[in-house]
Design a protein around this ligand. Sequence first.
Ligand SMILES: C[S@@+](CC[C@H](N)C(=O)[O-])C[C@H]1O[C@@H](n2cnc3c(N)ncnc32)[C@H](O)[C@@H]1O
Length: 423
Amino acid sequence: MNKYFFVLGRNSTLSIAEIISVLNLRNIDFFPKYISSEVLIISTDKELKLDELIKTLGGTIKVGRIMDEVALEGSSMQFYEIFSADNLHKKYLSQMPGKLHFGVSLYNAGGSSEVLLQLEKRQKDIDLTIKDNLKKEGIKSGFVQIKDRFLSSVSVAKNKLITQGAEIVLILTPEEILIGKTLAVQEFEEFSLRDYFRPAKDKRSGIMPPKLARMMINLAAKDRNSLLLDPFCGSGTILQEAIFLGYKNICGSDISDRAISDTTKNIDWLYRNFPNLPKTSINLKILKMDVRQISTKLLPNTADVIVTEPYLGPPLYKKLELPAIVKILSELSRLYIDAFVQFAKILKSQGRVLIVFPVFETEGKVFFVEILDKLKNLGFVEKEFFPQNISKYPTVFFTPRKTILYYSREQFVKREIISFQKI
Ligand SMILES: C[S@@+](CC[C@H](N)C(=O)[O-])C[C@H]1O[C@@H](n2cnc3c(N)ncnc32)[C@H](O)[C@@H]1O
């Protein structure tokens, strides 16, 4: 049995949902062994191609394999045996000429805070033990100093720990300490290039983080030959991530001239800056179009999946009062219902819609877009993100209607990620 760990991004619930969706799409049977807000550990009969997997996922920071396990009741000697030169060579550090570099990170997968603290205090000691053990074998090594419990993916990559050393990962669970080796880290440079350096951005109408766009596409769980549509494409973030994921048939549309021009500029920039993308084999259409008329441009039952962040209301610089929230929600509800009337026409049966709805808060109350019954009448059922055995974990966070929120503290509107299927 193979055991793998996934270090999760800042919205761990969404990250876990994405991993499950991607593994399911690949028909990989797995068992979730431990789930926390920091890591997911799974066991599976299959060998996972972690290099390829991390290039697909938007919400996973590092992936690796569990190499050793030590019960918490086990002796300290048993634990330190893991860091003997022999064991390190066999499982963690390949034989490489020159000085070896390593780092030790510590994550919590449901262990008690006291044991976590004890382990944290021992981290430097483990670094020194590894260095000493290797020195006795005549091997020079250096370790990466850490400020927190764990190294960032940037630090792992910049210190070449994947290719010329190792990041050894300790994961504390309620019963044992798992010890793993990181095998791949997220392509953080590519993501931030696309996030911060694409030429056209419209801050007023709102820009999605590319990682969120990536996760939403993956949550739709459709194969790469599907026709993917973003009918509120803005500056093209979702289209851009769909191109990266290898979708061959993509269509973006928006009501605004500026959005169409921004999307075109950004996609041109993308092809210039990422020359390995198979531009000629991608059928990409960008249309200026009100979503309420989209079925006049796309044939009935042709789209497989709609991934979109619609208009979420005017930009907000402070919390709104209740009457303003009620007014915005009523206007948006009308737009979204009109959009779903169109989606019902152009989507194939079993087609998916992954959409962001806004969530407002005032006076300690939370306000959702309340149109789920109406969407049901149009032929759309909600799809849950998790099977029962996973949704029971206390570190998996849902709204009362089993959707997932995505937000940062400074935002006055939260994003609700919601998934539908056309019956
Ligand atoms: C929140 S933005 C989308 C941002 C996009 N996800 C991105 O990352 O760039 C919403 C977009 O919906 C568009 N929009 C608003 N009403 C529309 C309508 N009736 N039909 C189509 N697009 C519309 C706006 O022009 C805007 O570009």
